[in-house]
Design a binder for this molecule. Structure first.
Ligand code: GLN
Length: 385
């Protein structure tokens, strides 16, 4: 057999998705791969059922259905205060996973450098490998996951093509403050670098924190490629609806990359999702309240069990420190946790560039009863691990 591509030689499968399979094998409460076990809003599923009998079964426009882009532009302007042209500045993609990949392919050539904060969402590693880019990692230092501006500038001095910014951050739950975004923005201007964002948790932010779109900072509109999705905001991770928002010159190229990668996102799902994009403020307020209640319930439960954890400012992940258990491998710990305790988690090492082995990631995008069941099981963690 001829050799497979060199590009894929360093690939492992996704540890996040692998942990879902392991959780299922042991009948564990799966708090590894981040997706809800509750239903999307009724209005979305009702509309989806109607759409089945309407004329949305062929390709939509490759860069996204007109009404979807218009509704998205309106929603984005409402929350960011920034106007977006639905025709020239948006591409609808198959989830933000494709959005990020298409953004990378749009700006980076093989050998180009890209700054990635560590810990990072594991797809960014694969995105750089597939596009041939070379990552430069800059640590977000626990416990508060701040970065050192001098270290960041050192990375910029290597003249990267882009920086990847996940805000709110998966897995550490950091919400970047305005001043931090300003530091990043100023460096991006100084070293003429693109910023590719992953803002899928833009509406899952806990008070007093607020999400700031870095694209709204002075001078950023022309160099920020914003990627986001409907997955987390409307609890529809399986619909695979994402998008890129950027300046027209960037979108022109991103449209072509996207067209040749996937042609387009599913037409019936785009049509149904327009309903969600048109929700009023009360929906997003309710989302925030519901996630705040889940976070508080889960964190209090862990506190009651004496289990130390990070406190997320946004997104729905927490990191538990497992150093007291003395495991050499956090992957081994997670496999045993699924088997012996019956809770699925992701080993922290799949997010850190540094040789970090002391964290596991759990998420709380689950019904109250699921979280209570997980807490009930975690009670025996100290005894059996
Ligand atoms: N973003 C989610 C996570 O980090 C889901 C990832 C995925 O499997 N697409 O778990």
């Amino acid at each position: 057999m001829p050799g497979l591509s060199k590009r894929t030689a360093d690939f492992t499968d996704s540890v996040i998705r692998r942990m879902t399979r392991i959780s299922n094998k042991f009948g564990a409460v799966n708090l590894s791969q981040g997706f809800p076990d509750f239903a999307p809003p009724d209005a979305l599923t009702t509309r989806l059922a109607q759409v089945a009998n309407e004329d949305f079964h062929q390709y939509s426009i490759t860069w996204g259905a007109q009404n979807f882009r218009e509704a998205l532009a309106e929603k984005y302007e409402h929350f960011s205060g920034q106007k977006v042209d639905p025709n020239g500045e948006i591409v609808v993609t198959c989830g933000s996973t494709e959005a990020m990949m298409a953004a990378m392919m749009t700006v980076a050539d093989p050998g180009d450098k890209v700054i990635v904060f560590s810990p990072f969402y594991e797809n960014y590693g694969a995105d750089t490998i597939l596009s041939g880019a070379v990552p430069i990692y800059v640590p977000l230092v626990p416990p508060d996951f701040t970065f050192d501006a001098d270290l960041l500038e050192e990375a910029f001095r290597q003249h990267p093509k882009a920086l990847i910014l996940c805000n709110p951050s998966n897995p550490c739950g950091k919400v970047f403050l305005y001043d931090e975004l300003k530091t990043i923005a100023d460096l991006a201007v100084k070293y003429d670098t693109f910023i590719i964002t992953d803002e899928v948790y833009e509406h899952i932010v806990y008070r007093p924190y607020e999400h700031t779109y870095i694209a709204t900072l002075p001078g950023m509109r022309e160099r920020v490629i914003q990627c986001s999705s409907l997955s987390k905001t409307y609890s529809v991770t399986g619909w695979r609806l994402g998008y890129i928002i950027a300046a027209p010159e960037i979108i022109d190229t991103a449209k072509k990359v996207h067209d040749f990668l996937t042609v387009g996102a599913a037409a019936p799902l785009q049509e149904a999702a327009v309903t969600g994009l048109k929700f009023g403020d009360e929906y997003y307020e309710m989302l925030r309240e519901e996630y705040t209640a889940k976070r508080d319930l889960f964190l209090k439960g862990l506190d009651d069990l004496g289990i130390a954890h990070t406190v997320p400012q946004g997104a729905y992940y927490i990191l538990l420190d497992i150093s007291e258990y003395g495991y050499e491998s956090d992957l081994d710990f997670c496999e045993k946790l699924a088997e012996r305790v019956g809770v699925g988690a992701v080993p922290g090492s799949s997010f850190f560039r540094e040789p970090e082995n002391r964290y596991i990631r759990l998420h709380f995008a689950k019904k109250e009863e699921t979280l209570n069941e997980a807490l009930c099981r975690l009670e025996k963690m100290k005894k059996v691990m």
